[in-house]
Structures are given as structure tokens and as C-alpha cells.
Design a protein around this ligand. Sequence first.
Ligand code: UDP
Ligand code: MG
Length: 316
Amino acid sequence: MDVSLVIPLLNERESLPELHERIVRVMASEGLSYEIIFIDDGSTDGSWDCISGLSAADPCVHGIRFRRNYGKSAALYCGFEKAQGDVVVTMDADLQDAPEEIPEMRRMIVEEGYDLVSGWKKHRKDNAITKNLPSKLYNATARRITGIKLHDMNCGLKIYRRDVVKSIEVYGEMHRYIPYLAKNAGFSKIGEKAVHHEKRKYGKSKFGMDRFVNGFLDLQSLWFLSTFGKKPMHFFGTSGLVMFLAGFIMTVWIIVEKLIQQNHYLKYRAVTDQPLFYLALLAVILGTVLFLAGLLGEMISRSSSERNRYNIKDEI
Ligand code: UDP
Ligand code: MG
């Protein structure tokens, strides 16, 4: 099969028939074999009835229905598990992403050798203050931290070589960072294509402003996990040692200074009378705690089933 389309949706009933029709038209004009996998993420507006109707009329349409709302990442994960096409497309179900962009994006994968091509909503048709501006800031941060030069990391319309989606695990709210997950799994040829973007026709957006805070925190965790996830001691151990040493040197200094002054019959302060004593105490305790955190982290990662999972490209 040439193409799998993975489409997560939450309460998008009105959009589905038109979306299906446009996908069918595009695929037919390109002569591609395909499957459409709708993942109903706990809709309550009858989206599932619509999907069953489409599936009855068109054998290329498949569906997964969650018993409750788990979020877009969960929906993508299940869609990726099921997908069988040589390339896998993800797109939103709200008609904001155009299926007409798929052939060109697919060509970039098949002919130019990209692992992943991300859409770029160059002329974005969303609210300027609540979406477009924060999104620019967010993308600039993401570019810095991930080192992936994409204008629009979180575009719903993306296309992947099948290996990519089978090698990554989207969880929590990590759907915003799939290119980063792919990069960490060793797929480095990541491209982008400016895509047409539409205003939302039906229904309303499912994500509010809180996504920027959460998105930022997720970026931090991903960065940390990809850098130190397999060797937590390198991070906590180093900072713990530095802290402990600083505390130790301060302690020695305080004691030596006191002894010298005592020896020379000078006026001296009790050890606990000086501010430095408390700093030294704090540093020694914090250093030990950090070191301990590293040790615990190391023990946890040692017993994880992921510890020796590598993505092997070739073997002869
Ligand atoms: N979506 C989903 N589960 C959720 C939230 C959203 O499957 O918990 C789907 C939604 O139906 C749509 C896509 O994810 O197909 C993108 O959502 P939306 O259009 O609300 O995001 P926006 O375009 O406003 O960023
Ligand atoms: Mg949308």
C-alpha cells in the first residue's frame, strides 16, 4: 500500500464527509493505493456514526474509537500502530489542512529521500493574538533547543516514511514534537513544505492557551531525556560533586581561619556565627541530595526495558 492517512479527531462530524471526499479525489488522481484511519478520540457529537457510514461505503476507510478522550498523541500512537502504507500521513480532521498537499509532500519522501516532511502553515488562518504570535515564539524556542530548523513544528499535516512512525513512541502530549522524536531515533533528513491553511469551518479549536506552557515543559523534558535520559548520573553526579566540593572547601576554610586566629591570639568568631557556615552546610547537603538523585536515576534507567533499545538501520 502506498499511503496511510492517520486522522485523529474529536467532535468533527460536520467536516468528515468533505474531508473523505477530497482525500479520495486526490488519491484517485495520483493513482495511489491508500487507507484512511480515523481515530475517534472520544467524540460525543456522532462522529463515530459518520465514520462507520463512510467505512461501509468505502473499504479504504478504517476507524478506531476510544472509549473516552485520551488526547491527540494517544490517537496518533494507535493510528501509527495500525498504519501499513509505505508513507504515513497525519492530518487534522477539521479541514484546516488540505489533502491536496499530500502528493507533493509524498514526492519529497519518495524521490528526494526525506524521512519526514512537515507542513508549514505559512499564511496561518487562526487568531493572530492567541495563536499565531505565541506560536512564533514557541517555534523559535523549539528550533533552538531541538536544533531542527522547522518554521512550524506543530503542524498537523506531516508525512513520514513508515520506519519513522514505527520507531517512535508518541505519548503524553508529545505530538507537538514528533520531528524531535524522529531526530532522536536517528532520522535526520527532515524537511518542510509551505502548505495551504484554511479557517476552521465547523466546530471549535480543542486547544487553549495552556498548550504553550505545557508545550514548553514537554520540550524541557524531551531535551533532558534525550541528553541525559540514559546517563542521569552525568548530570546529577556532576552538579552534586561540584556543589559538595564547594561546601567542603568552605567548611575547611572556616575551620582553618578560626584555628589560625586562635593560634595568634586574635579575635575570632564562632564557626556557627558566620554566614559562610550556613552556605557551606547548604552546599554539602544539596550536593549529597543531587548525587543521590543521580544514583537513583541510574538504578531506574538500569532496570528499564528500554535500556538497550537501539534503532538499527542496516545489518549484513
Ligand atoms: N484532537 C483530538 N483529540 C483531542 C484534541 C484534538 O483528536 O483531544 C484533534 C482535533 O479533532 C483535530 C486535531 O486534533 O482533528 C487538531 O485540533 P484543533 O483543530 O482543535 O487544533 P488547532 O488547529 O486549533 O491547533
Ligand atoms: Mg485545527
